[in-house]
Design a protein around this ligand. Sequence first.
Ligand code: PLP
Length: 382
Amino acid sequence: DGGAYFYGLDGEKFLDCLGGFGIYTAGHSQPEIVDVVKAQLDRQGLHSQELLDPLRGYLAKAMADITPGDLQQCFFTNCGTEAVEMALKLARFKTGGRWFISTVRAFHGKTAGSLAVGGKGTYREPYLPLVQQVTHVEYGDTDAMRKAIENLEFVGEKLAAVILEPIQGEAGVIVPPPGYLKEVRQLCDEHNIPLILDEIQTGMGRTGTMWRCEAEDVMTFGKAFGGGVMPITGFICRPHMWSQELIDNPYLLGSTTFGGNPVCCSAAIATIRFMLAHDIPGQCRDKGAKLKAGLEAAWKKYPKLVDEVRGAGLMLAVEFADDEIGYAFSKNMYAHNVIIAGTLNNSKTIRFEPTAVMTDEEIDFVIQAVDESLAQVQADMG
Ligand code: PLP
């Protein structure tokens, strides 16, 4: 219905503050998107593989229009991890370099390449060795990044790319220090290394602007890109990354059977239209500020339970003094019919990534539920 709720089998209503890990920015089953998808389904669901599909072209053009700078060559995929795989392969293909620098606690997906640049041992260890030419540095630390680049160059290794999230999502919504992304951009320029920014979670308005960053050679996108209706992801890159060899034969990079299919492209096109027509980034900014203020007030009131509130737009997190408090808090929120959840790489953190269509009254309801849930935790834990 385009709203902010999930409904249970018996008609119970759950205010969704998890947003499917950030896919429901445009609301649930947004009719302006669903209607377009239905119309496309009636016409043609999947594509021929051989004939050029016009929707893929329209979507690529729309993406070039709404992304920063001269980002313009798109490759569409089916899930976030696949988009990251393609971006990593593109970087190796273009540069001939083999090494990647990523960050500790980063999350880029769970297939072999994206997991290799992921930053948590629990998920990597059972599968090692993955792509082995990866080194991880502390997120937000420009000096660490500089040292890693210089060290690799000193010992004769060639870099393929630096990969970063503009805000680390699964690490617990870690916002880097001001200037960090620009400094990394500068380092990459000085050393002629492509910079991949993974906007799969931060993109499509989530943090209060359509994209979080404007400094990349390759940007990956996903999650909310399909409007919470269809799964579609991909990357967009600057022209110098898409070499003549790939113009001649894009199959050298990837040949995904379902990627960029008409029905998913129709969802993404309708989503972009919806986001622009309703200023969804602006709504994320304003509603995020209101929700954040409410969470900060709760932090002040329960300083022994809450360690920090952080984030931008509607990508917010509360870090608790320990994970048990977080679990108890989530359970209490659920009893108030509000859905929230943790992040994959930081168990002390609970995320808030609601829809942007949530009303002011619904935000007030969430803030009230947060207050009552924390009071309950305090009473239960003494
Ligand atoms: N990159 C980032 C920044 C993510 O947050 C995620 C998922 O949380 C992914 C990649 C992987 O996306 P998917 O789960 O669609 O493979």
